[in-house]
Design a binder for this molecule. Structure first.
Ligand SMILES: Cc1cc2nc3c(=O)[nH]c(=O)nc-3n(C[C@H](O)[C@H](O)[C@H](O)COP(=O)(O)OP(=O)(O)OC[C@H]3O[C@@H](n4cnc5c(N)ncnc54)[C@H](O)[C@@H]3O)c2cc1C
Length: 511
């Protein structure tokens, strides 16, 4: 049976930035003995890019903040200089593979890249994937030459992890051909990304194209199937697409659909139904000189408040910060003040804030760059986009697909939408971990090896990232934790993962 010291499960950003740190630390300590045996197990076709930065996203999918906010502060000089140096290779490659959307993006952004106006640029996520691959492959090559570690990868899905009596872990992997095998490791990192999306219906075999997860098998393949389905829909007015939920993928899909003129012409209507009835705000470009906090000030002056009144006050302030676009400097003041005021509440309240309330607040200041917002406006102006505020109830099969039944937020009444939808796309959130479609997460929770934290979408860890001795969690599954090191509202953020990765690497290299 294969035996290793450190096993990373997944090879997305979380695992990749950790691996980079491991090798950088090993480079600084070349005499370290014995050489660690490091293994990465990844189930998909590609290493080092994960879901957002590789083939499962579109080459044209953009980041949701400017690149200035996206890249970790310490990494900026290295990334910017690599990016500018790579332009001669990347621009022709991008033009060739990104089509109309790429042409338009380059026209708007190339000059800003050359003149380093990073606050204005929302890069295609694929560039970051290209950077990560370049960086980690270079380090791995050096590591091999210098014999820093015994490094290997396996393409397979991890389905289970079990503690052994000697303190090691037994990992079960399943190959693409369905062959099961086991290996043993001293330390294991679960870096498998966000929990899989919740399935909202089982329409796969019906008269409708139901896409449960737009990144599976990939956005490009799904766009192709959508195009075919709409082409096969004989009546123009029935060429409709229904989005259920309004997570970040919706605006990404609208951008990609609008940018593809053939597809955009084909679409009669895109309808989106979600409880918030809102897409991300445009990011405001101006910074405000004042950040009034009337509701938080009132609570503070009154001197007594509980978690609910604090969250309500913060909600009201965020509403002010969203007037005329998302003013993130103002949001930062609101968050800072709210966290300060939270300190006088109980430890339980503080945990509940991080795991539950903060997610509600965060949804209020979702934002996107001008390219994404422009695509939404164009589709709205063409009368091709309709956003419904309400709760999805069910889909009823109809002659040309399905019709939507939802509960309208304003009246509470059940409404059957008049359009037929041959395409339905699920953009809701993920399932609770105890019922997750990931066999690994399901087993970890139900076999009581790890515990869900209060958010139910994240795993409880200590300040060493451990869910159990030497079983580490890294990436979005850390969300909802509150301890000395990990206490962020959201860990689905590349810059934060990069910032935390040296700490995890230290834990993994410690004897
Ligand atoms: C679509 C999308 C867009 C995003 N946009 C931004 C953005 O603009 N800005 C920002 O800061 N952050 C963004 N994020 C958030 C953040 O950057 C990601 O969440 C981050 O990449 C997390 O990396 P990860 O390695 O934990 O997860 P992933 O990138 O999901 O990687 C996990 C990897 O684990 C593999 N895996 C899963 N289960 C198993 C298993 N059982 N066995 C073996 N392998 C397994 C998967 O195939 C995958 O490759 C985005 C996230 C997504 C999903």
């Amino acid at each position: 049976m294969k035996s290793t010291d450190i096993t990373l499960i997944g090879s997305g950003t979380a695992a990749t930035v950790t691996l980079i740190q491991l090798f950088q630390k090993l480079k600084n300590d070349p005499e370290k003995q014995p050489k660690p045996r490091i293994l990465v197990i990844e189930k998909s076709e590609e290493l080092w890019t994960g879901v957002p930065y590789g083939y499962r996203s579109s080459i044209n999918s953009l980041i949701i903040t400017s690149v200035h906010d996206f890249i970790n502060e310490e990494e900026k000089p290295e990334f910017y200089s690599w990016f500018q140096g790579d332009l001669a290779d990347w621009v022709p490659f991008y033009k060739k593979n990104g089509g109309e959307v790429a042409e338009r993006w380059l026209q708007a952004n190339l000059n800003w890249i050359e003149t380093s106006q990073w606050e204005k640029i929302y890069i295609p996520r694929s560039i970051y994937g290209r950077y990560l691959k370049h960086k980690v492959n270079k380090l791995l090559e050096e590591g091999k030459k210098l014999n820093l570690a015994d490094f290997s990868t396996i393409k397979a899905e991890v389905t289970d992890i079990k503690p052994l009596e000697d303190g090691n872990y037994e990992i079960t992997v399943e190959s693409q051909e369905g062959i099961l095998s086991k290996l043993v490791t001293k330390k294991v990192v679960v870096a498998t990304g966000s929990a899989p999306v919740r399935k909202i219906c089982s329409l796969e075999d019906g008269p409708v194209l139901y896409i449960n997860d737009i990144y599976e098998p990939s956005i490009d393949k799904n766009l192709e199937t959508i195009r075919k389905t709409l082409n096969n829909t004989s009546v123009d007015k029935d060429r409709n697409i229904l989005f259920i939920g309004s997570n970040a993928s919706v605006i990404e899909m609208i951008y990609l659909m609008e940018g593809d003129s053939t597809l955009s012409r084909l679409i009669n209507n895109i309808t989106l139904v979600s409880p918030s009835g809102a897409l991300p705000h445009p990011t405001a470009e101006e910074t405000l000189s004042e950040h009034p906090l009337p509701n938080l000030d009132k609570l503070s002056t009154a001197g007594s408040y509980d978690i609910d009144s604090l969250v309500d006050a913060a909600t009201e302030e965020i509403r002010l910060a969203m007037v005329g676009g998302a003013h993130m400097d103002y949001v930062a003041t609101i968050i800072g003040t709210t966290l300060k005021m939270l300190e006088s509440l109980s430890e339980d309240d503080q945990r509940a804030f991080i795991a539950i309330h903060a997610i509600r607040l965060r949804n209020q200041f979702r934002r996107a760059g001008s390219e994404y917002i422009r695509a939404v406006r164009i589709m709205e102006n063409l009368n091709k986009l309709k956003i419904l505020k309400g709760k999805f109830q069910k889909m009823v099969p109809s002659e040309h697909g399905v019709s939507l039944q939802y509960e309208a937020a304003d009246s509470g009444s059940a409404i059957t939408h008049p359009l037929a939808f041959p395409v339905v796309i699920n953009c809701t959130g993920s399932d609770d971990l105890n019922i997750s479609a990931s066999r690994l997460l399901y087993n970890l929770i139900n076999n009581k090896i790890c515990r869900m934290n209060l958010s139910r979408k994240g795993i409880e860890v200590n300040e060493h990232f451990e869910a159990a001795p030497h079983l580490y969690i890294f990436g979005p599954l850390l969300g909802g934790n509150k301890n000395k090191l990990i206490h962020f509202w959201q860990l689905e953020n590349a810059a934060r993962l990069t910032g935390l990765s040296p700490h995890l690497a230290d834990e993994l290299l410690a004897n």
